[in-house]
Design a protein around this ligand. Structure first.
Ligand SMILES: [Zn+2]
Length: 302
C-alpha cells in the first residue's frame, strides 16, 4: 500500500444527489499505520479471515472527539481507524435498494470503521465527511472530475479537483461542559446563545424540513438560514423551549444573525471543500466550492 498523508477541507459543498446528502461536508488528515499480521497467524493452516483484512489507516476527526459523550468510544478521540474500500464494499455502492433509501453511505461507513460501536448516523457531519473523503481517495485516487458552474462566465465546466490536498478545519472551541456538544456565543445585541454542531441525522432532518416547506408553501423564499439556526441553537439566554427559539430566530436582527453565522462557519469542524479554480473559457481564477455529486463514489457514473 502506498503511504499517503492528506488533509482535506470541505466546506458546505452543495449536494446534488439525494444519495449524497450525507457527504455535504468532509475533511481529513490521514496517517498511514503499519498493518501487522502476527507471525503466528501465517503459520496456522486454518483459514483466518483476519488475514484478508484490507489495509487500515487512522483518519483524523475534525471534531477531535470533543463533541461526543464521555461514555462514547469517540469521546476526545482525535483519530479513528478505518480500513480501505474492498470489492465487497463496491457491492454496497452498487446496491440499488441501499441507494434508493439513501442508506448506502452509512452501510459503507459501518463496514469500514474498525470500532463497531460507532454509529455512523451519530457522527458529526464534518467527521463523517473526513472519513468519506479518506475512503474516496484511498479507494479511487485523488482526482475528482466534476462539473462546476463557473463564477466568471456562468458556463457549466468539467473540472478536475485534487481531493488529496483538501484541508481540515479542526474544532478550536471547547464545549461548555466536557463531553457535551454544547457551545456558547454572545450576539452583538448582548443575548447569549448556546448551540451545537450537527450530526448527519440532523442534517438530513434539515434537508427534509426544507423540502417540506418548499412543497407546502410553494414560496420562492429559501428558508435555509432560519431552518439551520433553529436546529443548531439549543438555548437563548437560558430559554430552551423550541417554540421560543423558533420565534426568536425568525425575529433575529440581521446583525446578530450574520455575526452568529460567521462564527459558526469559522468554527464548523469539517473538511474544507474548496479549491482554486481557473476557467479556460473566461480566465477567472478564484476559490470555488467543490460540489459533491454522484461521481464522488461512482467515478464512472454519469
Ligand atoms: Zn468561466
Amino acid at each position: 500500500m502506498t503511504e499517503e498523508t492528506h488533509s482535506g477541507s470541505i466546506d458546505n459543498a452543495p449536494i446534488q444527489t439525494e444519495e449524497f446528502e450525507d457527504i455535504s461536508d468532509t475533511t481529513k488528515n490521514v496517517e498511514h499505520v503499519e498493518h501487522n499480521v502476527p507471525q503466528s497467524r501465517t503459520q496456522t493452516a486454518q483459514v483466518d479471515s483476519e488475514l484478508f483484512l484490507a489495509p487500515k489507516d487512522m483518519v483524523t476527526l475534525p471534531s477531535l472527539g470533543k463533541v461526543y459523550p464521555i461514555e462514547s468510544s469517540l469521546h476526545n478521540v482525535e483519530q479513528v481507524e478505518v480500513r480501505h474500500l474492498t470489492a465487497a464494499d463496491e457491492d454496497i455502492l452498487t446496491s440499488r435498494s441501499l441507494l434508493r433509501t439513501g442508506k448506502a453511505i452509512d452501510a459503507l461507513l459501518s463496514n469500514c470503521l474498525v470500532d463497531k460501536s460507532i454509529v455512523p448516523e451519530n457522527l458529526l457531519s464534518g467527521d463523517k465527511n473526513a472519513i468519506l473523503t479518506y475512503l474516496r481517495v484511498s479507494g479511487y485516487g485523488p482526482d475528482y472530475d466534476v462539473e462546476i458552474n463557473c463564477p466568471g462566465c456562468g458556463e457549466d465546466i468539467k473540472h478536475k479537483f485534487d481531493m488529496s490536498t483538501l484541508e481540515m478545519n479542526p474544532l478550536a472551541l471547547e464545549p461548555i461542559i466536557a463531553g457535551e456538544n454544547r457551545f456558547e456565543f454572545s450576539l452583538p445585541s448582548g443575548d447569549n446563545v448556546e448551540f451545537k454542531f450537527l450530526n448527519s441525522a440532523e442534517e438530513k432532518q434539515i434537508s427534509d424540513a426544507l423540502e417540506k416547506i418548499k412543497k407546502a408553501t410553494n414560496s420562492p423564499i429559501d428558508k435555509n438560514i432560519t431552518t439551520r439556526l433553529k436546529h443548531q441553537i439549543i438555548s437563548v439566554n437560558g430559554e430552551t423551549d423550541l417554540g421560543f427559539i423558533s420565534k426568536y430566530v425568525d425575529a433575529m436582527p440581521v446583525r446578530d444573525s450574520r455575526s452568529f453565522r460567521k462564527y459558526l462557519e469559522e468554527h464548523d469542524p469539517d473538511v474544507i471543500m474548496k479549491q482554486e479554480y481557473t476557467c479556460n473559457m473566461c480566465g477567472v481564477s478564484q476559490e470555488v466550492d467543490i460540489p459533491i455529486t454522484v461521481s464522488f463514489f461512482w467515478p464512472d457514473a454519469e
